[in-house]
Design a protein around this ligand. Structure first.
Ligand code: SAH
Length: 228
């Protein structure tokens, strides 16, 4: 069983978008993962296919109706579906590499993209939606956030990016930011590749990289535990 993503959205045509490019796109056509984007509006029952209504208690904007969204979730993810149900939300737990890795090892995800002012709290509680945020800023909708989440997850699915340990040194994987990378030419605008990297001494190279990672992490992200 490969990783299966189901997106509930008012803009299904946005998918796969960037997820269809490059190695993620190849993984998609090779069946290493699958994606379906479902139109929330198809679950509305009235003539106008209404999906939203004004906020109870007043205020600006519109709120996605719980009955329509619940019906969409129950259809896309019937009883027995073990995939986590996620709501993209600026109030959610910040997305981390650790959560991305957990999701990549699981059966997939059902992802709800909010729009307008958000969704009725009763569907968040009733369908046990895990709220995930991609950062402390507000987007117009959850679609781009869902793509960010999926891009972080799908590249970790075994086989999608190749080499099993190709992630080991990456930023956040060991709690540190990645060391600087170089490639040829040997000299660029008068600046040489650091000599240690062309020395062929793997012990020295590993040590240099570790030191660079630690220095960068301390300078830029003193909040990361590994910086302490
Ligand atoms: N009124 C809401 C914001 C609504 S933005 C609030 O103040 O919390 C509309 C939709 O965009 C949200 O329902 C959510 O699905 C998505 N969204 C906006 N910012 C996001 C973020 N930082 N991370 C994840 N999803 C986000």
């Amino acid at each position: 069983m490969s990783f299966s993503a189901s997106i509930i959205t008012l803009f299904p045509d946005l998918f796969p978008g960037p997820l269809g490019a490059s190695v993620l796109g190849r993984g998609l056509s090779d069946g290493l993962w699958s994606l379906e984007a479902r139109q929330l509006r198809d679950f509305a029952t009235d003539r106008h296919h209404t999906v939203d209504d004004t906020p109870s208690g007043g205020g600006a904007g519109m709120v996605l109706k719980p009955d329509i969204l619940a019906r969409a979730i129950d259809t896309v993810s019937p009883p027995g579906d073990t995939r986590p149900r996620i709501l993209m939300s600026p109030r959610g737990a910040p997305l981390t590499q650790a959560r991305a890795r957990q999701l990549a090892l699981g059966p997939g995800a059902v992802i709800v993209c909010g729009r307008f002012e958000g969704v009725d709290q009763r569907v968040i509680d009733g369908r046990k939606l895990e709220e995930i945020s991609i950062g402390d800023y507000v987007l117009a909708g959850g679609e781009v956030a869902a793509m960010v989440l999926l891009e972080a997850v799908v590249r970790l699915i075994p086989g999608v990016l190749g080499g099993a340990d190709s992630h080991a040194d990456e930023s956040f994987e060991n709690g540190l930011l990645e060391y600087p990378q170089y490639t040829r030419p040997q000299s660029f605008e008068g600046v040489d590749i650091p000599a240690v990297l062309t020395s062929g001494d793997h012990g020295k190279i590993a040590k240099w990289r570790r030191e660079q990672s630690l220095a960068l992490t301390r300078a830029r992200r003193p909040d990361l535990p590994a910086a302490k």
